[in-house]
Ligand binder design. Structure first.
Ligand SMILES: Cc1cc2nc3c(=O)[nH]c(=O)nc-3n(C[C@H](O)[C@H](O)[C@H](O)COP(=O)(O)OP(=O)(O)OC[C@H]3O[C@@H](n4cnc5c(N)ncnc54)[C@H](O)[C@@H]3O)c2cc1C
Length: 762
């Protein structure tokens, strides 16, 4: 029986303590000889041996590419919860080069001598099964809450999950007897016996038992790799290769691990024997028409969602499915939980075009486009649909240092952009959080901490590469596809997928970064004062105001309980002169008592380094409303205070815009509400309560910045785009995306076909 696994070759090295460098050198020889795997026996009671975990960690640090595994780990002396952490740690530290292989134990006198518990063979198998379940559960970091198991031998009472390994660490099992073979078939990723302990025919019998057990739980037997520890079966490399090829073709062995500590033998094994076995097996498999082992497990196949032609994903385009190990890290966004049916991760504009083609062949499914995953509406994930995830397109490249022209991929995050530009003494105004992605923000606006001095992010855009709904890849700038270029700057999500942005960035030196907290009793008066001072301040100041609901203040005899607010102001004074910085901030200090203050002279890159760029595990639905206002009028301030007092808005932001943002003509970009001096955002946990409160504010609010809104109501489109802007956008939509392929995030309806076409699409 040949299971069709790609062949692998490894080394089985004695962890001899007498010559501690020797096993490390042998591992390096194995790597240099082209072997795939280096493994070490684990006998933690054996004083002549180095500790296997310590040795494996050391070897991982001294090698670059070879995979590392125990052969096999002694579970009775290795608490499985600790094994899970250790395995994940070495996998992370080695860049995903760790395989786990477990054994039920043996040598019970020695185990007992070390303080372990003597088990019968049957008990040891049950204990191993419990250990495997516990280890796998602890690796499931996409699940919430701790791990609870009440096994007979291994228990966990709320153990914290993680760390998550760098890759799906396979668990191989050292097995000979029926119960262990059954466990291997049901739960193992590989079977790892030693040929020396087996009689002729044992491999076939073992395979049959494993296959039967696998099938009994709905697994494809080919999911279980067959590994084998072997000695030097023949002195002549050719003959040795033939013996191994026979084991591969007749007994389905996919991984051969050579036991022995002779460097010359290891070298010959890697350089001569392994290639010869590969050739022999490839030739025979070709003749026999052996089918390859499946790329995905039965469990992964069972997790597929309806209506997706998974097998039609273009070759070479990376796809992550619900049953895949990586899925837990790509399903949700920063703000929202999701369960997409497939996540496509293109690595080039051409692959983005292929991904769009795949999406077009599934017109009934939701399509989300994701760059940094920080969309406040959360529409860059979905339920059961397709996500085009642009995280791999994250290059940041200086095109022309004299013009400060840079090309940035949509998957880059603003913290990374700021760090690269900072090396040149430059900055590109973005947002206030370095984790936000370039793609979403730079297609919507970009209201950031340098806004009043340097405008919106989109105001720095000079050209973009866009993949259109029909799959064509176009470059757009002020003179090439000018309508598209206009639309990309404020409504980019409606017209295509931007795969590269070219920005002209600014020289920005050290800046003052202020974080001030005030204790406020009259929040309306504070908002008004903040608005007045911001508008009167020079453009080098951009401040954001943040507050949540009020708290009851100190009780005062005979008076109604007052409310107390903590209001934070944070932002930038674009100056390296401490006196200027203090002068800009001083007027705010007079609004209310300052309870905390921090003002630093720092760089934009350091301010943006505030982000966690790791996987996002948002849950539930975000609820956010956005508006733009010219001035913080007394009526607006009073309405905002009432809204905050309701308790429905635990997060309220009033950001300074204006300044350079208003220098750009209203009709120059699809982001049109240029005269607004402030952006308002309100987040709540109950959509109805939030909306009810927002309505009280609506009379005082003019436009909307869709990047801060999550509402699905069609009115939002008209709020964000004034009539002339919307009409032009609809015409452009009709020209570039007439069938609304891009419709999941604040979709603009294409103009009716009879409408005069204003767009410049070919
Ligand atoms: C913590 C936090 C802080 C924020 N601070 C600011 C801020 O200071 N200023 C500000 O302006 N905004 C800010 N935002 C909002 C943010 O700019 C938007 O939500 C933006 O869309 C996020 O971009 P992303 O690539 O991370 O998001 P994603 O979730 O990846 O994408 C959001 C949407 O953008 C569209 N999109 C994404 N990539 C592309 C692309 N390459 N081509 C075409 N369309 C695309 C899609 O419709 C997608 O649904 C903040 C958001 C969060 C969560």
């Amino acid at each position: 029986m040949d299971y069709g696994h790609p062949l692998e070759f490894g080394a089985f090295i004695t962890p001899a303590a007498a010559t501690p460098e020797a096993p490390v050198l042998l591992a390096q020889v194995a790597e240099a000889s082209g072997l795939d795997l280096v493994t070490f026996q684990d006998h933690p009671y054996q004083p002549a041996f180095l500790d296997t975990w310590t040795l494996m960690s050391f070897v991982a640090a001294r090698t670059d590419s070879i995979r590392i595994a125990p052969n096999v780990l002694n579970v009775p002396l290795r608490p499985p919860a600790v094994v899970a952490r250790a395995a994940a740690s070495i996998d992370l530290l080695s860049g995903g080069r760790f395989d786990l292989a477990l054994g039920a134990g043996g040598f019970w006198d020695a185990i007992e001598a070390m303080g372990g518990t003597r088990l019968t063979p049957g008990q040891a198998v049950t204990a191993l099964e419990e250990a495997i379940d516990l280890i796998r559960e602890l690796w499931r970091t996409d699940q919430r809450g701790g791990v609870f198991t009440d096994g007979r031998y291994h228990r966990a009472h709320g153990a914290k999950r993680g760390p998550r390994p760098a890759h799906e660490v396979p668990i191989h099992i050292g097995a000979y007897k029926p119960r262990m073979l059954s466990l291997t078939g049901r739960k193992g990723d590989g079977w790892l016996p030693s040929l020396g302990y087996m009689q002729p025919g044992d491999l076939a019998k073992g395979n049959a038992a494993i296959d039967e057990a696998a099938q009994s739980v709905g697994r494809d037997p080919r999911e279980i790799r067959r590994l084998l520890n072997v000695g030097q079966l023949a002195a002549d490399p050719g003959e040795f290769a033939e013996r191994l090829a026979q084991l591969a073709l007749e007994d389905g062995i996919g991984t051969f691990i050579l036991a022995g500590d002779d460097p010359n033998l290891l070298q010959r094994f890697g350089e001569e024997v392994a290639p010869a076995v590969r050739d022999l097996v490839a030739a025979e498999r070709g003749t026999r028409g052996v089918s390859s082992a499946p790329a995905r497990s039965s469990a992964a196949l069972a997790a597929r969602r309806d209506g997706i032609a998974y097998d039609d994903v273009p070759v070479g385009l990376r796809a992550i499915e619900p049953g895949d190990f990586e899925y837990g890290d790509v399903r949700a966004t920063y703000m929202r939980g999701g369960a997409p049916g497939i996540v496509l991760q293109p690595a080039s504009a051409e692959q983005v075009a292929e991904a769009i083609g795949f999406a077009r062949r599934h017109p009934e499914l939701p399509l989300s486009v994701r760059s940094g995953g920080h969309g406040i509406s959360g529409r860059s994930t979905n339920d059961g649909g397709i996500v085009i995830d642009l995280r791999s397109l994250d290059e940041i490249e200086v095109l022309d240092a004299d013009r400060r022209l840079v090309r940035i991929g949509p998957g880059a995050r603003w913290a990374q952009v700021a760090a690269v530009l900072g090396e040149h003494g430059w900055a590109l105004t973005s947002g206030d959080y370095g984790g936000v992605g370039v793609g979403g923000l730079a297609t919507a606006g970009g209201i950031g901490l340098l806004a009043r001095e340097h405008g919106l992010t989109i105001d720095h855009l000079r050209a973009a590469e866009v993949v259109l709904a029909d799959g064509s890849i176009v470059r757009t700038d002020a003179s090439t596809h000018p309508d598209l270029f206009w639309a990309v700057r404020g409504a980019g999500a409606n017209v295509g997928v931007v795969t590269a942005f070219e920005f002209e960035v600014d020289e920005v030196g050290q800046v003052g970064y202020a974080q001030l907290a005030f204790q406020v009793d009259d929040v309306a008066a504070f908002l008004e004062g903040y608005g007045r001072i911001v508008e009167a301040s020079p453009r080098d100041l951009t401040l954001f105001l943040l507050t949540g609901g009020p708290r009851p203040g100190q009780p005062q005899p005979g008076r109604r309980q007052p409310l107390e607010w903590v209001v934070q102001l944070y932002g930038v004074v674009d100056s390296d002169d401490p006196d200027t910085i203090i002068a800009r901030l001083q007027p705010f200090a007079e609004l209310a008592p300052l309870v905390q203050q921090s003002v630093q002279l720092t760089t934009y890159a350091q301010i943006m380094a505030n982000a966690d760029l790791g996987p996002q595990h948002g849950a539930g639905e975000p609820h956010s409303r956005s508006g733009l206002i010219e001035h913080v009028t007394p009526a607006f301030a009073a309405a905002a205070a009432r809204m905050l007092e309701s308790g429905a808005v635990p997060f309220f932001q009033l950001r300074a815009v204006g300044g350079a943002v208003a220098d750009v003509a209203e009709d120059a970009t699809a982001y049109a509400n240029r005269s607004a001096n402030f952006s308002v955002a309100a987040l709540g946990s109950h959509p109805d309560r939030l909306d009810a409160q927002w309505r009280t504010l609506a009379a005082h609010v003019r436009g909307s910045y869709l990047s801060f809104d999550s509402s699905e109501r069609p009115e939002r489109i008209a709020e964000a785009f004034p009539p002339a802007t919307l009409a032009r956008l609809q015409a452009i939509k009709a020209a570039y995306d007439p069938s609304s392929v891009f419709r999941d995030n604040f979709a603009v309806e294409p103009a009716a076909p009879t409408a005069p076409a204003e767009a410049d699409a070919a």
